[in-house]
Design a protein around this ligand. Sequence first.
Ligand code: ACO
Length: 428
Amino acid sequence: MGKNTFTLTDNRDGKSYEYDIMSGTRGPDVLDIRSFYKDSGMFTYDPGYTSTASCDSKITFIDGENSELRYRGIDIADLAGKHSYLDVCYLLMIGRLPTKEESNGFDLEIRHRSFVHEGLIRIFDAFPNHAHPMATLGSAVMALSTFYKEHLTLEDEDQFKEMRRRIVAKIPTIAAMAYRNSIGVPMIYPDVDRYFTENFLYMMRAYPGGKMKNIGNGLNEEIKQVEVDALDAIFTLHADHEQNASTTTVRAVGSTEAHPYVSIASGIAALWGSAHGGANEKVMDQLKLIGDIKNVPTYIAKAKDKHDPFRLMGFGHRVYKNRDPRAEALKGLQDKLREELNLDSKLLDVAAAVEEAALSDDYFKDRGLYPNIDFYSGVILTALKIPVEMFTPIFVIGRTVGWITQWSELKQDPSAKIARPRQLYTGK
Ligand code: ACO
């Protein structure tokens, strides 16, 4: 066995440069090229960072070839539906699952931190009717930074901890307010007697002052335990996903010393795009557009046509070139809940036909394009009477813990630097 180094040779002049190979706990080895520019005067070229590890991290591990996803070493299949989402938040933030006592204490703290300043509620008055909830949610989280102006220092561990827990506690309240603003109904305050996920459904559905049930838009619908459990599992499956586009954005903004909630607001902006978290909304639009199983071959052909910009939403992933384990967990949940939640069977039939057609087609097989998490979450969220514009905000609620944990890790990393890539200049 040779040394744990890698030699790069410039064939123009025969000069060689040697770099250390870094090994993580698991996953591919990584070439440490930090001194490459200083040594050679050249940059590396990697648009979209397909071969770049931007940091080292102890939070989440993905093996995309073998459909594996672990939070702090624990397989996602042993977490979703088996531990509460709040216990998973604790796991991500602290590094281990809580004891019963710690779990109760954390739950209580999150309940009490779920209220937002009255001034933040009034910000929603300034937005036009029918504004998309992702736009108002991102703006309100940005505005949250104006209410918590403290300068965070790593030495003040209490303040640091409070800042992380506060955003996890408040995000469902702000998301529910963004929804209520979008349909012009009065805001609902959190109810501390309810668990995190039930509380979110309550803030989405409650109608003040009335006992009448089912008044439209899912308002005043009774909350079933099976719905709370399903949404709780969905939050867990979205909680973190290592250095994806929105997390990379959070880290990049955080690296400039921006306020933590400003960094989170930037993550929300990045998540909104249809190539990322916004895909769940697009999946539903697309399934409705396809409309019937007889139209599936036409849309599969469009997705394969290089001259047609149409892409099959909810298919493909930068890391998973095999099945997305989150999608597998959701598919299991979807099958289990089909009866109990009265899932829209026409939409499910179209989804099943799209999946079957794509999985047996060489175009998708050759490129490793499988259904991702967004392909299944939409159908389940529809059954939970969550309107389509709230699909990506639901993703935000689940992912906020991942973003803030990654942000903390960045802040505690002595080797962290401002995110500042270079370029290959091809202009005049
Ligand atoms: N439909 C049709 N073709 C596709 C699709 C798709 N959904 N996804 C990828 N391809 C094709 C590409 O055209 C390309 O083909 P080529 O090699 O012949 O040029 C090949 O597969 C590789 O695709 P890339 O775009 O290079 O892969 P990348 O890793 O950069 O992109 C992405 C991954 C953005 C997720 C892509 O698969 C996509 O756009 N999917 C649809 C949107 C979606 O579902 N996004 C959610 C991702 S999961 C998440 O963020 C939670």
